[in-house]
Design a protein around this ligand. Structure first.
Ligand SMILES: [Mn+2]
Length: 248
């Protein structure tokens, strides 16, 4: 199974009045091209720049997502979220019938696709984490919800397949912060809520793909950050951007 992973498209973002649509369109088109030979596309969150995108931003989201040529998971990011119990920016996308199957991931969950396990940890706010849903019981806090997900993924009988080296056919994708990661330029940013610890993630017998941080990074042995498609600031103009391909 070939999986294409990207995140932090921040549709609608302007920097000092400059609209990144030309750069972003070029990058998104390169990703869409890769989905022609993929089995699954995962967006790691922050599809939109704000919790209340404009009609033009929704129009753009529909146009690009409908071009994706394989089933997709769309995780909620902190920028897609609204406070309290207000609906988030991804909620209206649930009403759209895309060409391909799509799953909007607003709560931590485990999904099985063709015998591979996907642990999906979108951004969580405490108020929503406490609400029971059809698939979750409601948790004391957003941290409790994502800790529960990690605990479930540590149970080996979760996975149906291992390769010759004992690596599980599983993947963890998250928009949460990772404590212990060198955030570089974003180091001083305010904590956004629940977090994973890098020391836990590197012990997992499968790869972990982390969104939210805009700078692409590889942390051995198994933690990867595709970064954003957008420059973080004008110093990054012309810097190479990435997406991640996983063969599982
Ligand atoms: Mn984010």
């Amino acid at each position: 199974m070939r999986i294409i992973i990207s995140g932090c498209w921040h549709l609608g973002r302007k920097l000092a009045g400059y609209d990144w649509s030309v750069e972003r369109t070029r990058a998104v088109e390169a990703i869409i091209e890769r989905t022609h030979t993929a089995d699954l596309f995962i967006h790691l969150g922050d599809l939109f720049d704000t919790g209340r995108p404009s009609p033009a931003d929704y129009n753009l989201a529909f146009e690009v997502l409908d071009e994706i040529d394989c089933p997709m998971f769309l995780l909620k990011g902190n920028h897609d979220e609204n406070p309290g119990l207000e609906v988030d920016a991804l909620e209206p996308l649930k009403k759209i019938r895309f060409r391909q199957q799509s799953k909007i991931v607003q709560f931590p969950c485990v999904m099985a696709v063709d015998g591979r396990m996907f642990s999906l940890a979108p951004y969580q706010n405490d108020t929503k984490a406490r609400q029971p849903t059809s698939t979750t019981p409601g948790f004391a806090s957003s941290q409790a919800a994502v800790d529960d997900l990690l605990r479930r993924m540590k149970e080996k009988d979760m996975y149906s397949r291992f390769d010759d080296e004992g690596r599980a056919a599983a993947l963890l994708c998250t928009h949460l912060e990772v404590a212990g990661l060198d955030y570089g330029v974003e180091e001083s940013s305010r904590r956004i809520g629940a977090a994973y610890h890098l020391e836990d993630l590197v012990k997992l017998p499968f790869d972990v793909i982390v969104g939210h941080l805009h700078k692409a990074k590889m942390i051995r042995p198994n933690v990867y950050l595709p970064g954003s498609l957008l420059p973080f600031d004008f110093s990054e103009v012309g810097v190479q951007k990435y997406c991640i391909t996983v063969e599982l």
